[in-house]
Write a protein that binds this ligand. Structure first.
Ligand SMILES: CC(C)(COP(=O)(O)OP(=O)(O)OC[C@H]1O[C@@H](n2cnc3c(N)ncnc32)[C@H](O)[C@@H]1OP(=O)(O)O)[C@@H](O)C(=O)NCCC(=O)NCCS
Length: 141
């Protein structure tokens, strides 16, 4: 797993597009902007999976997590999530949040297995009309 840098934006976007439907995939410009935000960091395995996160003022957030279909169910999603939690702890975060579509069973199973619990729901959050669940995990324990 390597750090994802703003100069990797085009390759990161191509990978994101493999994992998400066209309406939800981030382009290279969005990738670059995300990675240039204060506190943002990314980790990836080229062509297979990526995670972007941000840590500020003791709180961290997963911005996106994506594993290419051909690389799924081999533990990469869990490894990327664990690496993002570790990166957040190193940056001083004591809790982590993320948003996930209420119907995204694969991601919910992954996050629940990693110790995340539901703390909120944003109704009709996505363009599709689907709700988002807000999940949280303590990083201090
Ligand atoms: C969610 C995603 C990142 C999981 O990546 P992955 O590399 O397949 O995940 P892992 O192999 O580490 O899976 C870890 C655990 O999560 C759960 N899980 C993962 N995919 C699952 C699925 N399709 N159905 C049920 N459980 C699943 C399982 O408990 C799994 O452990 P197991 O394989 O030992 O049973 C991947 O499916 C993906 O990129 N999906 C599209 C993008 C997306 O939804 N991102 C998250 C948005 S918030």
């Amino acid at each position: 797993m390597s750090p994802a840098r703003p100069e990797d934006a085009a390759a990161l976007a191509a990978l994101h597009a493999l994992a998400f439907p066209p309406a939800e995939a981030w382009g290279a410009d969005a990738m670059r902007l995300m990675l240039e935000m204060p506190g943002a960091f990314g980790l990836w395995r080229p062509a297979e999976g990526l995670v972007l996160a941000r840590a500020a003022a003791g709180e961290a957030e997963i911005l996106t997590l994506a594993v290419a279909p051909a690389a799924r169910r081999h533990g990469l999603g869990g490894a990327l999530l664990a690496a993002a939690m570790q990166g957040a702890i190193l940056r001083g975060a004591v809790e982590m949040f993320l948003e996930v579509a209420a119907g995204n069973a694969a991601a919910l199973a992954l996050y629940n297995a990693a110790g995340f619990g539901e703390v909120g729901r944003r109704r009709r959050y996505y363009a599709s009309g689907e709700d988002a669940l807000v999940l949280r995990r303590d990083l201090a324990s």
